[in-house]
Design a protein around this ligand. Structure first.
Ligand SMILES: *[C@@H]1O[C@H](CO)[C@@H](O)[C@H](O)[C@H]1NC(C)=O
Ligand SMILES: *[C@@H]1O[C@H](CO)[C@@H](O)[C@H](O)[C@H]1NC(C)=O
Ligand SMILES: *[C@@H]1O[C@H](CO)[C@@H](O)[C@H](O)[C@H]1NC(C)=O
Ligand SMILES: *[C@@H]1O[C@H](CO)[C@@H](O)[C@H](O)[C@H]1NC(C)=O
Ligand SMILES: *[C@@H]1O[C@H](CO)[C@@H](O)[C@H](O)[C@H]1NC(C)=O
Length: 420
């Protein structure tokens, strides 16, 4: 059923910045984390270097773009060690890209991708995945206020030679209301998930040769009461979903029910398991990360300014999964005054978890689990700077990342000349 949900969605565009993690983090090397956010029409970056801590230091950030009127929260992906890609869009429906190639940020400012989506209205965050070196898939939710055909997913990809897209995936009568979440569990494979205006969870995949036959609904009627798994009584909150993978042939999907608790389902390689309830009280799908094949860490935000973060993890002991503190309990993590939006997570490998969040006073807060303990403490955070008023690092205040190309000397095939 097609609904005109544009009014609902357009109201969410700026709310989205709060509801859907304004921050994005990733790690592309051991003891390394990078995180990004948009503020004051620019893209900002700060990175952790292991022994010398965060750079640029003292609450400053590296300004990675020129100035736009408004930039969306960034989406990030890494296809190999020492490579990171950042994607965002602006309020004119243009898509922008920048990447770390191991030595420098390319291009100097941001390059524009995907002309065909110009003037479209994106909603929420883009989502990006990579199944191999030199391959990136990016998906996003667009609305079009000039007709009722709203809530489509669009797809853009780098195939090693050029950027392709945006291509519209509206092959079926689905009106999406959540931004998509894309995940890859192996070479030449990706899975995309989304929620429609009627609270259905939809799934589509690329298997290396072809797409799945349109979109399939992840059957919400399967229910195994003995295992504690059952569909949420009133469907899912229709504005966010998270997908993850920790093993070839395996995907996990995390969505918040209208009962506000987190629900989880997965593909085990041969079948989709019933939804299991994991407790909690959330507005948007929590952030999920796997630092190894037998571990999942989840951090969510209540949804109102001043709320804490809620944390839990799961591990596989060789024969079954265990949830800590329990399948329906969460550990509260907060700062004075509470948080203001979803956190972002990053891990550089086994035993390492980083939580970066925005507090209700506009400061960016960081906490790290480093094999045996929380740094700086179980209920302590380190301030990384202000997101409300990001301070740019002066030239020379930080190291090698100063070296950049001159404007215009780099254009990717499929990229545009105009940079911001
Ligand atoms: C960034 O935006 C905030 C809030 O609008 C404003 O107070 C601040 O002065 C801006 N900073 C810069 C460097 O423009
Ligand atoms: C914690 O991380 C740092 C890198 O930032 C590393 O040098 C150190 O050995 C780690 N400590 C433990 C206990 O793992
Ligand atoms: C970021 O740097 C660019 C290039 O120097 C500059 O044009 C822009 O105004 C800066 N952004 C902010 C918010 O200061
Ligand atoms: C987007 O809108 C602007 C202003 O109306 C127009 O000049 C431009 O050609 C449009 N771009 C596309 C791809 O339709
Ligand atoms: C929006 O819908 C109108 C009417 O169907 C169509 O002509 C236009 O091309 C659409 N715009 C985009 C950016 O898809």
């Amino acid at each position: 059923m097609k609904l005109s949900i544009y009014t609902v969605l357009s109201g969410l565009i700026h709310e989205a910045v709060g509801a859907w993690a304004p921050l994005a983090a990733l790690s592309w090397a051991p003891s390394q984390i990078s995180f990004f956010f948009s503020a004051n029409g620019s893209l900002w970056h700060k990175y952790y270097t292991g022994h010398s801590g965060w750079e640029p230091f003292e609450g400053r950030f590296e300004n990675l773009s020129s100035k736009a009127d408004w930039l969306s929260p960034p989406a990030v992906v890494s296809w190999s060690e020492n490579r990171g890609d950042v994607f965002l869009y602006d309020d004119k429906g243009r898509t922008w890209h920048k990447y770390w190639d191991g030595t420098t940020w390319q291009p100097k400012y941001l390059e524009q991708l995907g002309a065909s989506s110009e003037n479209r209205t994106f909603v929420g965050k883009l989502s990006a995945a990579s199944w191999a070196r030199d391959r990136i898939d990016v998906v996003g939710l667009v609305v079009n206020d000039s007709h009722a055909d709203v809530g489509d997913y669009v797809h853009l990809y780098w195939d090693g030679h050029g950027w392709n897209g945006w291509e519209d995936w509206n092959e079926k009568d689905v009106t999406f209301s959540s931004p998509p979440s894309i995940v890859s569990w192996g070479p030449d494979r990706f899975d995309v998930f989304g929620i429609d205006a009627d609270s259905n969870v939809w799934h589509k995949y690329w298997d290396g040769q072809k797409y799945s036959d349109g979109w399939e609904i992840l059957d919400q009627t399967i229910c195994d009461v003995e295992k504690g798994g059952c569909d949420p009584p009133d469907g899912f909150k229709s504005d966010s979903i998270t997908a993850s993978s920790w093993w070839p042939g395996r995907w996990d999907v995390w969505a918040v029910g209208n009962d506000a608790q987190l629900w989880h389902t997965y593909w085990d390689g041969s079948k989709i398991e019933p939804w299991e309830p994991l407790g909690g009280s959330f507005e948007a799908a929590p952030q999920v990360i796997h630092w190894s094949t037998d571990r999942v860490d989840i951090v969510g935000f209540g949804g109102a300014k001043g709320d804490p973060y809620w944390y839990k993890y799961g591990y596989w002991d060789g024969s079954s999964w265990h949830w800590k503190p329990s399948f329906d309990e969460w550990i509260e993590k907060t700062v004075e005054g509470g948080f203001a939006s979803e956190p972002t997570l990053a891990s550089w490998g086994e035993g390492n978890l980083n939580i970066i969040g925005l507090d209700s006073k506009g400061a960016l807060q960081w906490q790290m689990w480093n094999e045996t303990e929380w740094y700086p403490g179980e209920n302590e955070w380190e301030v990384l700077g202000s997101m409300e008023k990001p301070e740019a690092a002066a030239a020379g205040l930080h190291n090698h990342q100063q070296h950049r190309l001159d404007p215009g000397s780099h254009t990717d095939e499929g990229g545009f000349k105009e940079d911001i």
